[in-house]
Design a binder for this molecule. Structure first.
Ligand SMILES: [Zn+2]
Length: 190
């Protein structure tokens, strides 16, 4: 196949050279509410085309590669005294894969266990291009299945205002879960 970025023939969806040149993750920390942080690996503007692949069939290969380069590496180096559940925010399936579930899957380790279909939006509203007020007036209204008294890492592809993550956090906290932090592939403010 051809590399998505440079058109060279290769075995991966993005060639090794492009992976090294453009997809080397760097770690960014953003406080989204008091003492609660989101960590991300890329600037949205740098990988926008790749993130938008979630709307297409080839997106599962793109997200598996990005998750391997970022979430899986993070997980390898992350230690904690207790067990943790990784929850993908709104992991509904589109084109036979869920891009957020792929991210959570790559966090799997001795202490982190991904769980799926936990946090689903009842309100499927598109936030892209909308301001904070629109987001506030149109909450996702998350439905939380079957999880309580757990340490949780929230996973999503992109953080913009942080309102989706905070809403998911608040909903999970009602069932006595402790949200340690959130992890996103990209940050729109970088
Ligand atoms: Zn390439």
């Amino acid at each position: 196949m051809k590399c998505l970025t440079c058109d060279t023939l290769c075995f991966s969806i993005i060639c090794k050279t492009c992976q090294k040149n453009f997809l080397c993750p760097s770690f960014h920390k953003r406080e989204i509410s008091k003492d609660f942080y989101n960590y991300s690996f890329y600037a949205f503007s740098d990988i926008e085309d790749l993130i938008l692949s979630k709307y297409y069939f080839h997106g599962d290969r793109v997200f598996n590669l990005l998750a391997k380069l970022s979430f899986a590496k993070f997980s390898k180096n992350f230690n904690y005294d207790e067990n943790i559940i990784a929850i993908a925010i709104d992991d509904h399936t589109r084109h036979e894969f869920s891009h957020t579930a792929i991210l959570a899957k790559h966090l799997k380790s001795k202490i982190i266990k991904p769980k799926y279909n936990i946090c689903k939006a009842r309100n499927i509203v598109k936030y892209a291009g909308k301001d904070q007020e629109f987001r506030k007036n149109n909450p996702r209204n998350f439905e939380i299945n079957d999880i309580s008294n757990q340490n949780v890492i929230l996973c999503d592809d992109l953080i913009t205002t942080g309102s989706t993550i905070l809403e998911a956090k608040a909903t999970l906290e009602k069932k006595n879960n402790k949200i340690l932090f959130s992890l996103t592939l990209a940050d729109a403010k970088l």
